[in-house]
Write a new protein. Structure first.
Length: 522
């Protein structure tokens, strides 16, 4: 059974073609994740399906009631972003729409709210079309990916990880086809040059021949030369008939090295935190235990909304605060969510030039990694989209030559490609990074340490998020084994147990005992 049917659909924006869909169907119960760069028309597609705008041509037929959860906007000053999200989700699910359209639901949400949302959507029995740049969320919720690229939709079965495998396979195939095309083209080009050389030889008679010999050989050489030119034309036609294969895009790794004047000794202390309490007005946010952050560390700051993550970053930048002190000689670049330092009337390049510590090549490489082309360089910042302004501001901070980057929610409003580009830039960056993010994949890929704010306390973990999450999983597995051992012991006491059943249970008991011993040795 179908939920949505699309035939010969064209969607335009300001007269330009945005998306073309020859035919695309959505079956009932499908869970579809929609991805693509900023500006490819993802939100416009959902609005068109929801009948909030009309397609330029073609038909979109929906066979069930639609519920649309748009990008979440504040509805109450008394509710946090997570509380607002839960309220809106509960409200829309109470209406029980058979088709649920969801646009960027995880933006600005803390981890607890994202997990709540995942649980709600996994339990939902209807059809879901969700736009998201949260890769872990997509892995947990969807069973199909729609990629918007080059004005078309490509469908990939499976979650985001499955999509990545398919894309990597496509890239390898494209690289193979491109190499084969280049080899064939080179072979034909060499053949053309060979026959041109042979034809040219025939135009110049050998100096060792007499005039009479040259006149006698001329008719024969004319025929041979004609054949050479005919062969050249035949090969040129073969070149024209070759199916042209474009070179696959390969992003160039960009390493941002801290300028020599600001380089710090790796492993030296860049931040000292004392035992203290941080307040917002009269409200206590959290208490800290002493710890220090070292040069070169990549530290994620995690916690639910309103626990004091941004306040902590503000305290670090306050020279009057003696409880959280940056070491003398630290040169900071700070990314704040308000993008206040962008000059809207200046061009993209003019904005980047403010405080730029690097040469033109590095500048253009950083801009290119965020998919800014030469055509974008002279655009005024006022005409950039929200996502493009975020990328511009990130580029500005990365190019300041700072030895410590402080980033407050840098991944909000970035598309997945830009997020992955930022990950690569931060991995190659040889300075220290302190960042706030609720994107689990981003945190796992970058953080070597984690500062966690929980229950009005700040904890410093000298390990990444994967290792932190492994401990609860390990404890859960240990408890499961212990409970199973108790069950097996009780069953073995049953006198009616057959010899075959007893043998199976004995074997499982021994296996579980070995596993529990391994846990105790850790």
């Amino acid at each position: 059974m179908l939920s949505i049917k699309m035939n010969h659909v064209k969607i335009e924006a300001q007269g330009d073609l945005l998306i073309e869909i020859p035919q695309l169907n959505v079956t009932r119960g499908a869970k579809i994740g929609i991805i693509g760069r900023n500006g490819t028309g993802k939100t416009t597609l959902l609005e068109t399906i929801a009948s909030l705008r009309e397609a330029t041509s073609g038909e979109i037929i929906t066979f069930d009631q639609i519920g649309y959860l748009q990008q979440i906007q504040p509805v109450s000053e008394n509710l946090s972003g997570g509380e607002q999200t839960r309220k809106l989700i509960q409200q829309i699910l109470r209406e029980s729409p058979a088709i649920l359209l969801v646009d960027e639901p995880t933006s600005n949400l803390d981890l607890a709210s994202i997990r709540y949302l995942e649980h709600q959507l996994k339990q939902y029995s209807g059809t879901i079309l969700v736009i998201s740049h949260d890769r872990t969320f997509l892995d947990a919720v969807v069973d199909t990916i729609w990629q918007l690229e080059d004005k078309k939709i490509t469908v990939y079965p499976g979650n985001y990880t499955a999509y990545l495998k398919s894309k990597n396979h496509e890239i390898k195939q494209q690289e193979k086809f491109y190499a084969e095309y280049q080899a064939k083209r080179k072979q034909l080009d060499l053949a053309i040059r060979h026959h041109q050389k042979e034809a040219n030889k025939m135009e110049r008679p050998s100096k060792r021949l007499t005039s009479q010999e040259i006149r006698a050989a001329r008719p024969s050489k004319g025929v041979q030369q004609k054949k050479q030119h005919q062969t050249i034309k035949a090969i040129e036609k073969r070149v024209e008939r070759l199916d042209k294969v474009s070179k696959p895009f390969q992003s160039k790794p960009v390493k941002i090295t801290v300028p020599e004047a600001y380089q710090l000794k790796r492993g030296g202390t860049v931040l000292t935190v004392k035992e203290a309490e941080l307040f917002a007005g009269k409200n206590k946010l959290f208490k800290t235990n002493p710890y220090s952050v070292k040069a070169g560390d990549k530290v994620a700051i995690t916690g639910q909304n309103a626990t004091g993550k941004s306040s902590f970053l503000g305290a670090l930048l306050d020279p009057e605060n003696k409880d959280f002190q940056l070491t003398q000689g630290v040169h900071v670049a700070y990314f704040d969510q308000h993008l206040k330092d962008i000059k809207l009337e200046a061009t993209l390049l003019e904005n980047v030039a403010f405080g730029n510590a690097y040469d033109r090549n590095t500048t253009f490489e950083v801009l290119g990694s965020f998919h800014f082309s030469e055509l974008d360089w002279q655009k005024k910042a006022a005409f950039l989209s929200g996502g493009e302004r975020v990328k511009l501001f990130l580029a500005m901070q990365l190019l300041k030559g700072a030895n410590i980057l402080i980033l407050d929610e840098p991944t909000n409003y970035l598309d997945i490609e830009s997020m992955e580009a930022l990950e690569q830039l931060l991995k190659k960056y040889d300075g220290t990074v302190l960042f706030v993010s609720h994107d689990r994949t981003f945190v796992k890929n970058i953080a070597t340490e984690v500062i966690e704010i929980r229950d009005e306390k700040m904890y410093y973990h000298k390990q990444g998020l994967d290792e932190m999450e492994e401990k609860p999983r390990t404890q859960e597995e240990k408890l499961r084994l212990e409970l199973r051992q108790s069950e097996i012991a009780a069953k073995l006491m049953n006198p009616k147990l057959s010899m075959a059943e007893k043998t199976v249970l004995d074997q499982e008991y021994v296996k579980n005992s070995q596993a529990l011993n391994n846990f105790r040795k850790r």
